[in-house]
Design a binder for this molecule. Structure first.
Ligand code: AHM
Ligand code: MG
Length: 336
């Protein structure tokens, strides 16, 4: 079988650079190089002094894992030098990063979660890097500002993730479907293994941390009961699967169908909120879901239509097979 490399695929399929300036391909090249570096370290994580927490608490109020900090450093170091970015925003950094003046500036903005699901790393469960690519809207002779970064999901020019599992995979879309590549470690190249991924319209699996049931409101409880009962298109309960690693749970849904949910909850007093971040988690995965024929909502609004107001804004997320996501939206509409 003829093997298609990711670079070859990008050149053929990107809708972003009809002028073939090569900038977008250069951005991906460096992103892939950073991910390969991370992947290599992940492969021998148990042998290096790199498991466990650093002892720091990040901007989200969460423990920083050593591998979180490492992946973040690798990505920032590599992507600052790529020459096509003007800013980087990471889940691990309180503020966005302007590309330092000593490096060439570009018009793209890269947002990422360097190591999603990192609390699973110590037990050797799949984790991933999620990324979103935007184009700056303000004139390039001005300093890039937070407003350039706070873009609605629908404005993304590309999104994807690297999944560090039994194989390392890259799944991405530039607005022309969703394509999956598997890293061949013997040659260090991502090769096309899953062209034109389509999420089945109807799933059979629901994925949620049901331990939080007592923190949910009635609409959310009813939505989860829908998947556990008989009054759904299957006429029987869905299977439950929850890895607790968003990229891995999403990837299963992308291939096999089903719904992943991280609803808002009342864990802390006051306004309910979800856990996942809009810019570096919900928005890029929603872009992929829609490109693959699936859907993503916060319960009432399409994720890609939301307008973030803060860099680390959180949002409830229901994502996956179209029928399943629509079923949740219908229940929310009725109950709220
Ligand atoms: P992280 O980005 O700090 O790793 O947090 C996001 C992760 C997701 O990967 C996962 O789906 C979720 O948090 C699990 O949270 P919980 O343990 O509350 O179910
Ligand atoms: Mg995450």
């Amino acid at each position: 079988m003829r093997q298609v490399t990711v670079t070859e695929h990008l050149l053929l399929h990107q809708t972003e650079t009809p002028d073939a300036s090569g900038k977008f391909t250069a951005l991906f090249y460096d992103l892939i190089l950073a991910a390969k570096t991370i992947s290599k370290t992940m492969n021998k994580a148990g042998l290096l002094d790199i498991l466990g927490a650093t002892g720091e608490i990040n901007v989200q109020g969460e423990q920083v894992q050593k591998l979180d900090a490492y992946a973040n450093r690798v990505l920032i170091h590599r992507m600052e030098r790529t020459g096509v970015l003007c800013a980087i925003a990471s889940e691990e950094n309180a503020d966005f990063i302007r590309i330092p003046q000593q490096f060439k500036q570009g018009e793209y903005i890269l947002i990422f979660d360097p190591l999603d699901g990192s609390s699973n790393v110590d037990v050797n469960v799949n984790v991933g890097t999620i990324f979103s690519i935007l184009r700056r809207k303000s004139p390039t002779n001005n300093d890039v500002t937070l407003a350039d970064i706070l873009q609605s999901g629908v404005e993304q020019v590309a999104a994807g993730y690297f999944l560090y599992g039994p194989s390392t995979m890259l799944v991405y879309s530039t607005g022309d479907g969703v394509h999956g590549f598997t890293l061949d470690p013997s040659v260090g190249e991502f090769l096309l293994s899953h062209p034109n991924l389509r999420i089945p319209e109807q799933g059979k699996v629901y994925s949620v941390n049901e331990g939080y049931y007592k923190y949910w409101d009635d609409a959310t409880r009813e939505a989860i009961e829908y998947f556990k009962g008989d009054n759904n298109p299957l006429g029987k309960p869905y299977s439950a699967r929850y890895i607790g690693s968003l990229v891995a749970d999403f990837h299963r849904g992308l291939l096999n169908g089903g719904i992943y949910m991280y609803p808002a909850d009342y864990r802390t007093p006051g306004k309910p909120k979800g856990k996942l971040r809009y810019l570096c988690e919900a928005s890029p995965l929603a872009y992929l879901a829609e490109q693959a024929g699936g859907a993503a909502t916060d319960g009432t609004t399409r994720i890609l239509d939301l307008q973030p107001e803060e860099l680390h804004e959180r949002v409830p997320l229901f994502i996956g097979s179209k029928n399943d996501v629509e079923a949740v939206a219908t229940i929310y509409k009725k109950k709220r």
